[in-house]
Design a protein around this ligand. Structure first.
Ligand code: ADP
Length: 491
């Protein structure tokens, strides 16, 4: 099958979070199963050019219709760790992708509306006719809209779209200006409830809603989150739309790329290990302590890796840190905050705990350090408010680091409580789960992990080894995506 993925991220060249990992990991797996996969991405000025091989201009003069005129673009081609990618660079005064950041500009809706239009125009003009176009999140929600309202009539009638929602919180909104820019010319048509009109704001179109309404198949990134999206408020106002389109909506659990995340050959680790040589993990713990100037003592290390924001349960992360210290454990935090107030808060904590030999706070994005933290820690805490899939607990499992998670979204589908899980026998359990979003619940989960670590180290290590044996690679999810592609291809 010929698949084109259109996305705003692809790890490791453009990565702000899990979306990048998913786009890269799924593409690689589909290719290894014999399919042809190409990626279309924006050419950001700040992406990691050192991860792209053989970057060259592949299509010099792409003219993208925009408002009443055209924007001249160049399309570059290069290989990101073996995966062929096309990068779109507009030459316009708006400098859409020359902002020194991926997201966070006031005109993000215009930037990604433009990218969606340019990606389709590139497919059209370069005569690429994929069987399936796979789009991701709000940034590319307008791709199916434009495909079926415009490009279908210009020779792209046989293309089908699969739309994956990684996070309902960010949906992408706009007004008539977006419709004018993309040449979706009849505002009264697109502003109707059954098309793009936001379910709650009649003066706004909603990109993600467009993605759901127009795509042939829609999914989110875990079965439990798909259920939550339909039956709770976690879909941020799109519940009714999902209800209407329930027949084409499912949940497919993300995988991780074991070529990149594997303690047996991880390029960033000083010592390699596997489930059969679990004792070697300990050397990474030593290396982590040395690197972060933590004292060498017989204490468990708990870590948190991720964005510091409301979604990730930032107040519980903060509480976990002090609770771990109170219980005589060590704590390592690697995170970046998107909001200034949260950033300030953790900068203050960092200063306050600077001389504490049992705690280290690292603010910012550091891929390499994250690998050592996954490998060197004994436990990871993931107290999210909501979590569509969550990758950090899945990576931690592979590295023999026991997850302590809140039972929401994909965390429910991947972590099975040591004491209470009913669906798995004891030899298949792999972590600790708590449910409420408060300090007491967090302490109950983390406390049980500390107790087991302190009272029966052998059993704790056995639990970590059981986690390492789970297969959360892309093999099975890729099969599910292929089944979905196959189904829509024949519609
Ligand atoms: P998100 O909601 O941000 O997509 P996920 O758990 O799905 O969260 O994915 C997070 C990914 O980003 C993981 O690969 C994790 O290791 C990585 N990550 C998050 N924050 C950082 C950071 N500060 N430094 C390095 N890697 C990070």
């Amino acid at each position: 099958m010929y698949i084109v993925q259109i996305a705003s991220e692809c790890a490791p060249v453009i990565k702000a979070g899990g979306l990048g990992d998913v786009v890269y990991g799924l593409s690689r797996e589909l290719e290894s199963q014999g399919h042809c996969v190409e990626l279309i991405l924006p050419k950001y000025d700040c992406m990691r050019y050192d991860h792209i091989w053989g970057l060259h201009d592949a299509y010099r003069d792409l003219y993208v219709p925009w408002f009443d005129s055209w924007v001249h673009c160049s399309v570059y081609c290069g290989w990101v760790h073996g995966q062929v990618c096309f990068f779109i660079e507009p030459h316009s005064e708006d400098f859409y992708f020359d902002r020194g950041c991926y997201y966070g500009c006031n005109d993000d809706n215009m930037r990604f509306a433009f990218f969606s239009k340019a990606a389709l125009e590139f497919l059209l003009q370069s005569n690429k006719r994929p069987d399936v176009i796979h789009c991701h999140d709000w940034q590319t929600g307008l791709v199916p809209v434009m495909l079926f309202e415009i490009y279908k009539y210009h020779g792209m009638a046989n293309q089908r779209v699969c739309y994956t929602i990684h996070n309902f919180k960010h949906q992408g909104f706009g007004g008539t200006d977006i419709l004018e820019a993309t040449q979706l010319r009849r505002p009264e048509y697109y502003f109707s409830y059954d098309k793009l009109r936001d379910n709650f704001n009649p003066f706004s179109i909603n990109f993600m809603k467009g993605g759901i309404v127009y795509s042939n198949a829609v999914n989110t990134v875990s079965p439990h989150h798909a259920w939550e999206a339909r039956h709770t408020t976690i879909s941020y106002g799109l519940g009714h739309t999902l209800e209407l389109y329930q027949d084409k909506f499912t949940g497919i659990l993300n995988g991780i790329d074991y070529g990149f995340w594997n303690p047996e050959n991880d390029r960033y680790l000083p010592y390699h290990y596997s489930a059969d040589s679990f004792e070697q993990k300990h050397y990474n713990t030593k290396a982590l302590r040395e690197r972060l100037l933590l004292r060498e003592e017989n204490k468990p290390i708990v870590c948190f890796i991720g964005r510091l924001d409301d979604q990730k349960g930032v107040h519980l992360v903060h509480h976990a840190m002090y609770y771990a210290l109170e219980r005589g454990a060590q704590f390592v935090l690697l995170g970046s905050a998107t909001e200034a107030a949260i950033d300030q808060w953790f900068r203050h904590e960092k200063e306050f705990l600077n001389n504490n030999p049992d705690c280290h706070i690292e603010l910012g994005f550091n891929e390499e350090l994250s690998h050592l933290i996954y490998a060197g820690s004994d436990m990871i805490v993931v107290p999210s408010n909501f979590e569509p899939c969550g990758l950090t607990q899945v990576i931690a499992l592979k590295y023999g680091t026991v997850p302590i998670v809140r039972g929401v979204g994909g965390l429910v589908n991947t972590v099975f409580d040591y004491d209470y899980d009913q669906a798995h026998p004891p030899e298949e359990r792999n972590g600790f789960v708590f449910y409420e979003s408060d300090n007491t619940a967090l302490e109950s989960g983390l406390g049980r992990a500390f107790d087991l670590w302190g009272q029966n180290r052998k059993i704790f290590e056995q639990l970590a080894i059981q986690g390492m044996k789970y297969d959360y690679s892309w093999k099975n999810p890729a099969q599910e995506y292929l089944a979905m592609y196959d189904c829509i291809r024949h519609q």
